[in-house]
Unconditional design. Structure first.
Length: 321
């Protein structure tokens, strides 16, 4: 019961916030719900799901309770679609167990993203910062390598600065490109023994390289991740996608709201979304503010900026009419 109710009854408080008018009382091993019928039924479904999640060995947190309540509410509004699977089925899925912890999707959107990667040859993960686009793709890549479904992992991203001009960096070519590829290294170190990474890279089992190095190659039996794809040009995106070889899986991640390309060139990620949507074996997964798994404020910040951009767009349209 303490695990189910959370530290300081934090889980129960999340449920009361999710279902207005609901009152929860915990006495010993008994939970009493009072309120209108719909709220009580919804909260009861969430509590049942959280109990099932606990039996799978997944710790129940306030964040997990909030997402479970969101899934249950969406499922009660529409019995069709991914919501029908329920929180327990969506949030107990294990992708990779590494270094004493298990990596799982933490939101419904992340669960759909993971499912799409498994079912499609090319998957686009589009969404704001903190939604786990790159991290979950990396976990899928390491899991595929460990199970011998692929023979190598190729990680790449365009070398474009985020609104700053860093000038000529000192050192060798590896030193110059390292800052651009550091986020990929960080995720990799979370999932693979750091001592084995140099050996795997030397053997070519794991390759981390800037996008420019992909031209002219054909990548067979590989799990390939293109990160920060919003900073590719239309031509670079076409070049990358046509590197696909037999037995390979591609994941392309990016945030179309944070394009750092100089000038007025069209983002390759935006172009790909328009050109390739609807092609069989290519999936587009759109993650949103509710899929952010960083600090709660990150989700609020993303939502606030999105609302501000919508207001600016509406104002510009109104000015032209």
């Amino acid at each position: 019961m303490p695990e189910l109710t959370g530290v300081g009854d934090g889980v129960m408080r999340e449920l009361e916030a999710a279902f207005p008018g609901l009152d929860i009382m915990v006495r010993g091993n008994r939970i009493t719900l009072t309120g209108d019928e719909e709220a009580v039924a919804g909260a009861a479904s969430v509590i049942d799901a959280l109990a099932s999640i606990l039996t799978e060995g997944v710790p129940v947190t306030a964040d997990l309770a909030r997402e479970s309540a969101r899934i249950v509410r969406a499922g009660r509004q529409s019995a069709a679609g991914p919501h029908a699977a329920g929180p327990a089925a969506l949030l107990t899925r294990s992708i990779l167990s590494s270094r004493g912890r298990t990596i799982r999707p933490k939101t419904e959107g992340q669960a759909a993203y993971v499912h799409a990667i498994e079912r499609n040859t090319v998957t686009f993960g589009i969404g704001p910062a903190g939604t786990g686009k790159t991290y979950l793709a990396m976990a899928q890549a390491v899991a595929a390598l460990q199970s011998r479904r692929v023979s190598r992992i190729v990680l790449t991203r365009p070398a474009v600065e985020a609104g700053e001009r860093l000038g000529f960096l000192p050192g060798s070519l590896a030193d110059k490109i390292d800052p651009y590829l550091r986020p990929l290294y960080d995720a990799l170190h979370d999932m693979v023994d750091p001592e084995s990474i140099p050996r795997l890279m030397e053997a070519g089992t794991i390759e981390v390289a800037p996008l420019a190095y992909m031209r002219g190659r054909t990548l067979n039996d590989a799990f390939i991740i293109l990160d920060e794809a919003q900073n590719t040009t239309r031509e670079q995106m076409k070049m990358f996608l046509t590197r696909l070889g037999f037995g390979s899986t591609m994941v392309v991640t990016g945030d179309v709201t944070q394009v750092d390309l100089p000038g007025t060139g069209q983002s390759g990620l935006r172009a790909a979304r328009d050109i390739l949507d609807g092609i069989d074996d290519i999936a587009f997964c759109h993650l949103g503010a509710h899929d952010v798994v960083r600090h709660r404020l990150v989700s609020d910040i993303i939502t606030a900026y999105a609302q501000s951009e919508d207001a600016r767009t509406h104002s510009r349209k109104g000015g032209r009419s």
